[in-house]
Design a protein around this ligand. Sequence first.
Ligand code: HEM
Length: 232
Amino acid sequence: MSRAVVDPGGGTGGTGLTSPVPASGVPGIPGQPDAAPADPQRHGDAVANAPRPGRGRYVALAALCLIGWAGSLAVGMSVDCGPDMHRIGLACHILALVLSFGAILVVDWVGFLWLLGKRDLHDTHRLETAAQPLIWGGLAVLLISGALIRPDVSNPLTQVKLLCVLLLMLNGIALAPTMKLLHALPAGTHFTAVAKRLRRRLLIAFCISQGCWWTSILVGLLNSTLRRWAGD
Ligand code: HEM
């Protein structure tokens, strides 16, 4: 049985990362050893006092995403690369989609299993670290290849899709500092032991991520099908 992770601030201050729960209120994680630290109070203090990653880094990454997104749109609106490049661009677009979305699905799924108490918090950490290059590399290729396949920016559906693409990237970056703090919690920390504010933040980010990805994919498929039907 996992031990309760107490709020280092006694529920009134501290990191606010974990919330006080009765010892019997935290279910054990099936198949996981009891990995809670001997002194969660001290561990919580360590998390609270750990140097927070600089905000500037995340602002710079968000700016980079914005520039990449705007650049992709600008090129897509002004350059016609011809039918051969269009075919290559579309193939790259689909491959990058498989790479990036496949990795996102696995990461979000394991996060969901942690939420249900079927995986350890640090499983999600390891997986997320390994998947980052696939996710962001795939997104970069999606932006580049999307620019080569003549996006019809006057189409309202395409506008929704492009906004979703921007939102999912910014959501990923905005969530990074929260994930860093979350992963600094002891192995064995259950979702129910995490502070309510942080739980809500994680759930909202999960919904934005999945909602934006699925909308982008469905709009892409719909637009592609309509284009083919129109014989374009
Ligand atoms: C998360 C990012 C993205 C996802 C998940 C996505 C998804 C898709 C999908 C599933 C298709 C259908 C492929 C097919 O079966 O033919 C598609 C097509 C397309 N995508 Fe994307 N895409 C993304 C980003 C972009 C960006 C950034 C642009 C442009 C700047 C773009 C422009 C296009 C274009 C032009 C098509 C061809 C269909 C059409 O006329 O709209 N995509 N996309």
